[in-house]
Design a protein around this ligand. Structure first.
Ligand code: AMP
Ligand code: TRP
Length: 332
């Protein structure tokens, strides 16, 4: 049976990269699969989080997912710390994964930066917890943006080593689902950097809560080059900012960049940016408004997360008992 699992960190604002790279695909997949969508608060604390902000962010991201169209009745929507099985399985995976594997993780290198000795142990073991998130439910498919590819390869390595060490066929090898034309949305200020919550420039990203004025301003100020839009994808070579705007536009209209360029090739950026703004406002406007409305009702949001946590534990419980037996633990 196919089971979808994906996660998102409750840190900072949800942005267009999160939406086009992940959330929109999550919405499309619901209904066809059994889906678990998790706000990964245990991952968030691998770097310092102010407790009040973490709580607010967890509620905000939950509101954002519901506003974007995730149905909390049909799917399991919960925050990670509601289910202790994630942390228990992560410990077992800490003993399966090899130091050499984790040393290769580019996200750790980026996040730890020059002060590696000062990074938390949790940040280093982050990918093991991510593997545990998925495998505590025997998740088979994981819809994410392009930046998570390496972590999912590690998840497959862990599953394979566990199965072979214990000579069992316990864990599936997860399949990444990196879908659509905008799997890696880039900063609006620099087409070589990923759009990210941690970029100090507000102009680098469009937030799901941005109103028409902000969206229009950010797109107007987005870096481009002086040439017109090409009519073929080859003409985007060496033009990362142009390529980024074309991917975003394509994603909004659910077409491939080839199809988009066949329509808009030859236009100037000023005109293209006006159309892009209209598209962005029409898609993001209603989501931002609904998100604001939901976030004010924290009792409702907390209730959804608790209900999701209960449903999640029902699935992971028997799987954890199977794992404990395989490892040789006395059943609790
Ligand atoms: P994070 O905000 O790092 O927890 O990411 C949540 C989801 O959004 C993951 O599936 C990421 O791969 C995806 N994501 C984050 N930033 C981007 C981006 N700039 N472009 C595409 N997907 C992204
Ligand atoms: N590491 C992911 C990110 O930063 C978030 C995440 C945690 C995740 N656990 C997961 C994604 C499990 C997919 C499946 O975006």
């Amino acid at each position: 049976m196919n089971r979808i699992f994906s996660g998102i960190q409750p840190t900072g604002n949800l942005h267009l990269g999160n939406y086009l790279g992940a959330i929109r695909n999550w919405v499309d997949l619901q209904g066809d699969y059994e889906c678990l969508y998790c706000i990964v608060d245990l991952h968030a604390i691998t770097v310092w989080q102010d407790p009040a902000e973490l709580l607010a962010s967890t509620r905000e991201v939950t509101a954002g997912l519901i506003a974007a169209g995730i149905d909390p009745e049909k799917n399991i929507l919960f925050n990670q710390s509601q289910n202790p099985d994630h942390a228990s399985l992560a410990w077992i995976f800490n003993c399966v994964a090899r130091l050499g594997w984790l040393n290769r993780m580019t996200q750790f290198k980026e996040k730890a930066g020059k002060h590696r000795e000062n990074a938390s142990v949790g940040l280093y073991a982050y990918p093991n917890l991510m593997a545990a998130d998925i495998l505590a439910y025997k998740g088979t498919h994981v819809p994410v943006g392009d930046d998570q590819k390496q972590h999912l390869e590690l998840c497959r390595d862990i599953a394979q080593k566990f199965n072979s060490d214990f000579d069992v066929d316990c864990f599936p090898l997860v399949e990444p689902m990196i879908l659509g034309p905008a799997t890696r949305v880039m900063s609006l200020r620099d087409g070589r950097n990923k759009m990210s919550k941690s970029d100090p420039s507000e102009y680098s990203r469009i937030n799901l809560t941005d109103g028409r004025e902000d969206i229009a301003l950010k797109i107007r100020k987005a870096k481009t080059d002086p040439d017109a839009l090409p009519s073929e994808v080859a003409g985007l070579e060496g033009r990362p900012e142009a390529a980024n705007l074309v991917s975003i536009y394509s994603s909004f209209i659910s077409k491939s960049p080839e199809e988009t360029l066949a329509e808009v090739g030859g236009r100037q950026f000023s005109e293209f940016k006006r159309d892009l703004t209209e598209l962005a406002v029409s898609v993001l406007g209603p989501i931002g408004e609904e998100m604001q409305r939901l976030v004010d009702d924290s009792d409702y949001i907390d209730g959804i997360l608790r209900q999701g946590g209960t449903k999640a534990r029902v699935i992971s419980g028997p799987i954890m008992r199977e794992i404990q037996e395989i490892v040789g633990f006395v059943q609790p």
